[in-house]
Write a protein that binds this ligand. Structure first.
Ligand code: AVI
Length: 321
Protein backbone atom coordinates (compact mmCIF):
# COMPACT_ATOMS: atom_id res chain seq x y z
CA UNK A 1 0.00 0.00 0.00
CA UNK A 2 1.31 3.43 -0.85
CA UNK A 3 2.12 5.43 2.27
CA UNK A 4 0.69 8.94 2.53
CA UNK A 5 3.39 11.38 3.65
CA UNK A 6 2.30 14.49 5.52
CA UNK A 7 4.88 17.24 5.23
CA UNK A 8 5.45 19.73 8.02
CA UNK A 9 8.22 22.32 8.34
CA UNK A 10 10.04 19.85 10.57
CA UNK A 11 9.83 16.95 8.08
CA UNK A 12 10.81 19.19 5.14
CA UNK A 13 13.81 20.58 7.01
CA UNK A 14 14.96 17.13 8.17
CA UNK A 15 14.67 15.77 4.63
CA UNK A 16 16.61 18.68 3.19
CA UNK A 17 19.29 18.60 5.89
CA UNK A 18 19.95 14.86 5.82
CA UNK A 19 19.95 14.81 2.00
CA UNK A 20 22.62 17.47 1.64
CA UNK A 21 26.28 16.67 1.16
CA UNK A 22 27.29 18.05 4.56
CA UNK A 23 24.37 16.67 6.55
CA UNK A 24 22.78 19.17 8.92
CA UNK A 25 19.78 19.59 11.23
CA UNK A 26 18.44 22.89 12.49
CA UNK A 27 19.01 23.60 16.18
CA UNK A 28 15.65 25.36 16.33
CA UNK A 29 14.17 21.84 16.58
CA UNK A 30 16.14 21.08 19.79
CA UNK A 31 13.35 22.59 21.87
CA UNK A 32 10.61 20.02 22.13
CA UNK A 33 9.49 19.50 25.72
CA UNK A 34 12.36 17.09 26.47
CA UNK A 35 14.92 19.38 24.76
CA UNK A 36 13.70 22.38 26.75
CA UNK A 37 14.21 20.36 29.96
CA UNK A 38 17.75 19.42 28.93
CA UNK A 39 18.45 23.06 28.11
CA UNK A 40 17.45 23.97 31.68
CA UNK A 41 20.11 21.48 32.89
CA UNK A 42 22.67 23.15 30.60
CA UNK A 43 21.83 26.60 31.93
CA UNK A 44 22.23 25.42 35.51
CA UNK A 45 25.66 23.86 35.12
CA UNK A 46 28.62 26.01 36.25
CA UNK A 47 30.52 25.46 32.98
CA UNK A 48 27.74 27.25 31.07
CA UNK A 49 28.96 30.68 32.23
CA UNK A 50 26.49 32.57 30.03
CA UNK A 51 23.62 32.31 32.54
CA UNK A 52 25.70 33.54 35.50
CA UNK A 53 27.10 36.43 33.47
CA UNK A 54 23.68 37.68 32.46
CA UNK A 55 22.38 37.23 36.04
CA UNK A 56 25.34 39.29 37.29
CA UNK A 57 24.71 42.04 34.71
CA UNK A 58 21.00 42.29 35.57
CA UNK A 59 21.66 42.27 39.31
CA UNK A 60 24.37 44.95 39.08
CA UNK A 61 22.70 47.24 36.57
CA UNK A 62 18.92 46.82 37.03
CA UNK A 63 18.37 50.50 37.88
CA UNK A 64 20.67 51.78 35.09
CA UNK A 65 18.89 49.47 32.66
CA UNK A 66 15.54 50.88 33.75
CA UNK A 67 16.85 54.46 33.34
CA UNK A 68 18.19 53.67 29.89
CA UNK A 69 14.86 52.16 28.84
CA UNK A 70 13.69 55.81 28.99
CA UNK A 71 10.12 55.03 29.97
CA UNK A 72 9.43 58.64 30.99
CA UNK A 73 6.00 58.46 32.67
CA UNK A 74 4.15 56.21 30.24
CA UNK A 75 3.35 52.52 30.19
CA UNK A 76 5.34 50.02 28.19
CA UNK A 77 5.37 46.44 26.97
CA UNK A 78 8.32 44.16 27.62
CA UNK A 79 8.39 41.41 25.00
CA UNK A 80 10.81 38.54 25.42
CA UNK A 81 11.66 36.36 22.42
CA UNK A 82 12.66 32.84 23.50
CA UNK A 83 11.85 33.45 27.15
CA UNK A 84 12.58 29.90 28.39
CA UNK A 85 12.33 29.75 32.18
CA UNK A 86 12.67 33.55 32.57
CA UNK A 87 15.19 33.07 35.39
CA UNK A 88 17.24 36.16 34.49
CA UNK A 89 14.32 38.29 33.40
CA UNK A 90 12.70 37.87 36.83
CA UNK A 91 15.42 40.09 38.30
CA UNK A 92 14.34 42.92 36.01
CA UNK A 93 10.64 42.19 36.43
CA UNK A 94 10.73 42.35 40.23
CA UNK A 95 12.86 45.49 40.18
CA UNK A 96 10.47 47.26 37.79
CA UNK A 97 7.52 46.26 40.00
CA UNK A 98 9.31 47.54 43.11
CA UNK A 99 9.79 50.83 41.27
CA UNK A 100 6.03 50.89 40.58
CA UNK A 101 6.53 50.93 36.82
CA UNK A 102 3.36 50.24 34.81
CA UNK A 103 4.29 47.59 32.26
CA UNK A 104 3.14 44.31 30.78
CA UNK A 105 5.43 41.33 30.22
CA UNK A 106 4.89 39.22 27.07
CA UNK A 107 7.12 36.11 27.07
CA UNK A 108 7.29 34.31 23.71
CA UNK A 109 8.66 30.80 23.28
CA UNK A 110 8.37 27.91 20.89
CA UNK A 111 7.79 25.49 23.77
CA UNK A 112 4.24 25.52 25.06
CA UNK A 113 5.37 23.88 28.32
CA UNK A 114 8.03 26.54 28.90
CA UNK A 115 5.62 29.45 28.40
CA UNK A 116 2.86 27.89 30.49
CA UNK A 117 5.21 27.03 33.36
CA UNK A 118 6.72 30.51 33.30
CA UNK A 119 3.35 32.28 33.28
CA UNK A 120 2.05 30.07 36.13
CA UNK A 121 5.20 30.68 38.18
CA UNK A 122 5.09 34.42 37.61
CA UNK A 123 1.47 34.61 38.69
CA UNK A 124 2.48 33.11 42.04
CA UNK A 125 5.88 34.77 42.50
CA UNK A 126 4.96 38.23 41.22
CA UNK A 127 1.18 38.51 41.64
CA UNK A 128 1.18 42.20 40.63
CA UNK A 129 2.80 41.48 37.28
CA UNK A 130 0.67 41.83 34.15
CA UNK A 131 1.71 38.91 31.96
CA UNK A 132 0.49 37.22 28.76
CA UNK A 133 2.38 34.29 27.24
CA UNK A 134 2.65 33.73 23.48
CA UNK A 135 3.61 30.41 21.90
CA UNK A 136 5.33 30.20 18.54
CA UNK A 137 8.31 30.83 16.32
CA UNK A 138 9.95 34.26 16.87
CA UNK A 139 9.92 35.09 13.21
CA UNK A 140 6.21 34.33 12.85
CA UNK A 141 5.37 36.25 16.01
CA UNK A 142 7.41 39.34 15.19
CA UNK A 143 4.62 40.26 12.76
CA UNK A 144 2.09 40.22 15.60
CA UNK A 145 4.17 42.58 17.71
CA UNK A 146 2.74 45.61 15.96
CA UNK A 147 -0.79 44.78 17.13
CA UNK A 148 -0.39 47.10 20.10
CA UNK A 149 1.72 49.57 18.18
CA UNK A 150 0.76 52.56 20.31
CA UNK A 151 2.66 51.48 23.43
CA UNK A 152 6.42 51.77 23.83
CA UNK A 153 7.90 48.32 23.31
CA UNK A 154 11.15 46.92 24.57
CA UNK A 155 12.09 43.63 22.97
CA UNK A 156 14.37 41.32 24.96
CA UNK A 157 16.43 38.75 23.10
CA UNK A 158 18.65 37.40 25.85
CA UNK A 159 20.99 34.53 26.61
CA UNK A 160 22.95 34.73 23.32
CA UNK A 161 19.99 33.30 21.40
CA UNK A 162 21.19 35.50 18.54
CA UNK A 163 24.38 33.40 18.40
CA UNK A 164 22.40 30.46 17.03
CA UNK A 165 21.59 32.43 13.86
CA UNK A 166 24.12 32.63 11.06
CA UNK A 167 25.24 36.03 9.88
CA UNK A 168 22.59 36.44 7.18
CA UNK A 169 19.79 35.18 9.44
CA UNK A 170 20.76 37.66 12.18
CA UNK A 171 20.74 40.51 9.66
CA UNK A 172 17.31 39.36 8.37
CA UNK A 173 16.05 38.99 11.93
CA UNK A 174 16.91 42.54 13.04
CA UNK A 175 15.82 44.03 9.71
CA UNK A 176 12.47 42.29 10.09
CA UNK A 177 12.23 43.35 13.75
CA UNK A 178 13.01 46.97 12.92
CA UNK A 179 10.19 47.02 10.38
CA UNK A 180 7.59 46.32 13.11
CA UNK A 181 8.97 48.72 15.71
CA UNK A 182 8.10 52.37 16.29
CA UNK A 183 10.78 55.07 16.60
CA UNK A 184 10.73 55.12 20.42
CA UNK A 185 11.01 51.30 20.81
CA UNK A 186 14.21 49.58 21.96
CA UNK A 187 15.83 46.17 21.75
CA UNK A 188 17.93 44.57 24.51
CA UNK A 189 20.15 41.73 23.32
CA UNK A 190 22.51 39.28 25.01
CA UNK A 191 25.75 38.58 23.12
CA UNK A 192 28.40 36.12 24.24
CA UNK A 193 31.87 37.61 23.75
CA UNK A 194 34.87 35.93 22.10
CA UNK A 195 37.19 34.52 24.76
CA UNK A 196 39.69 31.80 25.62
CA UNK A 197 38.71 28.70 23.66
CA UNK A 198 38.99 26.45 26.73
CA UNK A 199 36.25 28.37 28.51
CA UNK A 200 33.99 28.02 25.48
CA UNK A 201 34.74 24.36 24.88
CA UNK A 202 34.06 23.54 28.54
CA UNK A 203 30.65 25.17 28.26
CA UNK A 204 29.69 23.36 25.03
CA UNK A 205 31.49 20.06 25.57
CA UNK A 206 30.55 19.71 29.20
CA UNK A 207 31.71 16.90 31.51
CA UNK A 208 28.11 16.13 32.61
CA UNK A 209 27.03 15.14 29.09
CA UNK A 210 24.10 17.57 29.00
CA UNK A 211 25.14 19.17 25.69
CA UNK A 212 25.60 15.75 24.16
CA UNK A 213 22.11 14.70 25.35
CA UNK A 214 20.72 17.99 24.01
CA UNK A 215 22.04 17.24 20.51
CA UNK A 216 21.14 13.53 20.56
CA UNK A 217 17.60 14.40 21.65
CA UNK A 218 16.98 15.77 18.17
CA UNK A 219 17.67 12.32 16.69
CA UNK A 220 15.24 10.89 19.25
CA UNK A 221 12.69 13.52 18.20
CA UNK A 222 13.07 12.39 14.57
CA UNK A 223 12.43 8.81 15.74
CA UNK A 224 9.36 9.84 17.75
CA UNK A 225 7.78 12.34 15.38
CA UNK A 226 8.85 11.10 11.96
CA UNK A 227 9.27 7.35 12.47
CA UNK A 228 13.07 7.31 12.32
CA UNK A 229 15.22 4.42 13.52
CA UNK A 230 18.30 6.29 14.79
CA UNK A 231 20.14 4.39 17.51
CA UNK A 232 21.51 7.33 19.47
CA UNK A 233 24.30 5.16 20.84
CA UNK A 234 25.73 5.04 17.36
CA UNK A 235 26.42 8.80 17.33
CA UNK A 236 28.63 11.00 19.48
CA UNK A 237 28.70 14.75 20.03
CA UNK A 238 31.74 16.90 19.14
CA UNK A 239 32.30 20.63 19.56
CA UNK A 240 34.73 22.92 17.73
CA UNK A 241 35.62 26.56 18.31
CA UNK A 242 37.22 28.77 15.67
CA UNK A 243 39.04 31.56 17.51
CA UNK A 244 39.34 33.73 14.41
CA UNK A 245 35.67 33.84 13.47
CA UNK A 246 34.33 33.30 17.02
CA UNK A 247 32.11 30.43 15.87
CA UNK A 248 31.46 27.43 18.12
CA UNK A 249 30.01 24.53 16.12
CA UNK A 250 28.28 21.38 17.29
CA UNK A 251 28.31 18.14 15.35
CA UNK A 252 27.05 14.60 15.80
CA UNK A 253 29.46 12.01 14.41
CA UNK A 254 28.37 8.62 13.14
CA UNK A 255 30.34 5.93 14.97
CA UNK A 256 29.83 3.38 12.19
CA UNK A 257 28.66 2.97 8.64
CA UNK A 258 24.89 2.79 8.97
CA UNK A 259 21.65 3.27 7.08
CA UNK A 260 18.89 5.21 8.82
CA UNK A 261 15.29 4.76 7.71
CA UNK A 262 12.74 7.49 8.37
CA UNK A 263 9.31 6.12 7.49
CA UNK A 264 7.55 9.49 7.80
CA UNK A 265 9.81 10.81 5.05
CA UNK A 266 9.66 7.59 3.06
CA UNK A 267 13.46 7.87 2.82
CA UNK A 268 16.67 6.35 4.05
CA UNK A 269 20.03 8.00 4.63
CA UNK A 270 23.45 6.42 4.48
CA UNK A 271 26.10 7.46 7.02
CA UNK A 272 29.77 6.62 6.59
CA UNK A 273 31.79 5.90 9.74
CA UNK A 274 33.01 9.31 10.99
CA UNK A 275 30.51 11.27 8.90
CA UNK A 276 29.11 14.32 10.70
CA UNK A 277 25.76 16.08 11.03
CA UNK A 278 26.17 19.82 11.64
CA UNK A 279 23.78 20.60 14.49
CA UNK A 280 24.27 24.11 15.81
CA UNK A 281 26.37 27.23 15.67
CA UNK A 282 26.88 29.43 18.74
CA UNK A 283 28.48 32.64 17.51
CA UNK A 284 30.72 34.68 19.82
CA UNK A 285 31.17 38.41 19.18
CA UNK A 286 33.43 41.38 19.71
CA UNK A 287 32.18 44.96 20.05
CA UNK A 288 32.95 45.77 16.44
CA UNK A 289 30.75 42.91 15.23
CA UNK A 290 27.91 44.12 17.48
CA UNK A 291 28.18 47.72 16.21
CA UNK A 292 28.27 46.50 12.64
CA UNK A 293 25.19 44.30 13.10
CA UNK A 294 23.28 47.18 14.71
CA UNK A 295 24.17 49.72 12.07
CA UNK A 296 23.58 47.33 9.13
CA UNK A 297 20.04 46.68 10.33
CA UNK A 298 19.01 50.25 11.17
CA UNK A 299 19.82 50.35 14.88
CA UNK A 300 22.39 52.09 17.06
CA UNK A 301 23.89 51.00 20.35
CA UNK A 302 22.65 53.03 23.35
CA UNK A 303 24.79 51.24 25.93
CA UNK A 304 26.63 47.98 26.53
CA UNK A 305 26.52 46.36 29.98
CA UNK A 306 29.28 43.88 30.85
CA UNK A 307 29.85 41.35 33.62
CA UNK A 308 33.10 41.75 35.58
CA UNK A 309 35.01 39.22 33.49
CA UNK A 310 33.70 40.82 30.26
CA UNK A 311 32.60 37.39 29.08
CA UNK A 312 29.16 38.61 28.08
CA UNK A 313 27.45 41.83 27.05
CA UNK A 314 23.85 42.98 27.14
CA UNK A 315 23.53 45.57 24.42
CA UNK A 316 20.68 48.11 24.41
CA UNK A 317 19.76 49.36 20.95
CA UNK A 318 17.47 52.07 19.67
CA UNK A 319 16.34 52.74 16.12
CA UNK A 320 18.80 54.83 14.15
CA UNK A 321 17.43 58.31 13.68
C1 AVI B 1 20.06 28.86 23.24
N1 AVI B 1 21.45 29.09 22.90
C2 AVI B 1 21.84 30.47 23.17
C3 AVI B 1 22.39 28.13 23.47
C4 AVI B 1 23.84 28.50 23.06
O1 AVI B 1 24.62 28.80 23.96
O2 AVI B 1 24.15 28.51 21.87
C5 AVI B 1 22.08 26.72 23.05
C6 AVI B 1 23.10 25.73 23.54
N2 AVI B 1 23.66 24.80 22.83
C7 AVI B 1 24.50 24.11 23.57
N3 AVI B 1 24.50 24.61 24.76
C8 AVI B 1 23.63 25.65 24.80
Amino acid sequence: MEQKIIHTDFSRDVLEGLSSEQKYLSSKYFYNDEGSKIFQDIMRMPEYYLTDCELEIFTSFKQEILNDFEIKDGRFELLELGAGDGLKTKILLSHFLEQKIDFKYLPIDISQDAVQTLVDELKTELPDLKVDGLIGDYFDLIGDIEVNGYLKKIVLFLGSNIGNFNNQTSVDFFTHLKAVLNPQDQVFIGFDMMKDSNVILNAYNDPHGHTSAFNLNLLQRINDDLGGNFNIEHFKHEEFYDETSGTASSYLISLKKQKIEISGLNSSFLFQKGESIFMEMSQKYDLEMIDELASKTGFEVVRNYFDKRQYFVNSLWKLKS
